[in-house]
Ligand binder design. Structure first.
Ligand code: ELE
Length: 223
């Protein structure tokens, strides 16, 4: 039988769950346009108790932002998001990211992920996509955009079919609905821009971001 699968020689990659252990598992997803915002933003999110920060590779400054945050983070784990090209993997690792996230899955991305040795969460929104990712050794998947693809109801349908797969929904997750996701047994984390919206970062509204993140974590912890 010759199907493309996890290269036999590769050891299983580490997973993201241990990085979140004991914390309320919300991931702040960021789009940062200025490197000089990295430190005050990190400080606001860490003070709020955010356990993980995903800096999306959507701005030219993203890798420099990851580098700055990764050097200074004390309580939050810094990862990279929007990985859609194999080259993004080594770039993110070299910048100091400790976990990697992508909106989708492909065998080429899987191979690049194995070469970094870092946890990678690829995206899936259908049983076939879950199968493809799982066949390559990925059991922590991103469910994106969660709101558009059925939200908690979709996750409930997947659970009996894939008891060995857990999800991080993003895309339409908010402070108000995060607990609907986090209560599900096949959800290990939830993420979104709601704790640090791009405009708040552009406005350097660190107090506002601190407030949003603190409230979000409080609501999520009630899950
Ligand atoms: O960049 C990626 O790889 C993504 O998949 C995008 C993020 O997960 C969403 O931007 C989060 O969704 P919102 O919080 O509704 O904006």
């Amino acid at each position: 039988m010759t199907y493309m699968a996890k290269p036999a020689a590769s050891a299983a990659l580490p997973t993201v769950r241990p990085l979140l252990a004991g914390r309320t598992p919300l991931i702040a997803i960021l789009q940062v346009d200025r490197v000089e915002d990295a430190l005050p933003l990190l400080e606001a999110l860490e003070e709020s108790g955010v356990p993980a920060i995903e800096v999306t590779l959507r701005t030219p400054q993203a890798l420099a932002v990851i580098e700055t945050m990764a050097k200074h983070a004390r309580q939050a784990v810094i990862g990279a998001g929007t990985l859609t090209l194999p080259a993004h993997f080594a770039q993110s690792r070299d910048a100091g990211a400790r976990f990697l996230v992508g909106p989708g899955f492909s065998p080429a991305l899987a191979e690049a992920a194995y070469q970094t040795g870092l946890p990678f969460i690829p995206g899936a929104v259908s049983p076939s996509e879950i199968l493809a990712a799982r066949e390559h050794g990925f059991h922590e998947l991103k469910f994106f955009p969660a709101e558009l693809h059925g939200g908690p109801a979709w996750l409930k349908h997947m659970e009996p079919l894939f008891p060995d797969v857990v999800f991080c929904p993003t895309g339409g997750v908010t402070a108000a609905n995060s607990r609907d996701f986090l209560q599900l047994p096949n959800v290990f984390a939830a993420g979104g821009v709601f704790m640090a919206p791009r405009q708040s970062v552009l406005d350097r509204d660190w107090a506002g971001i601190r407030g949003l993140a603190t409230t979000a974590l409080k609501l999520a912890a009630a899950a």
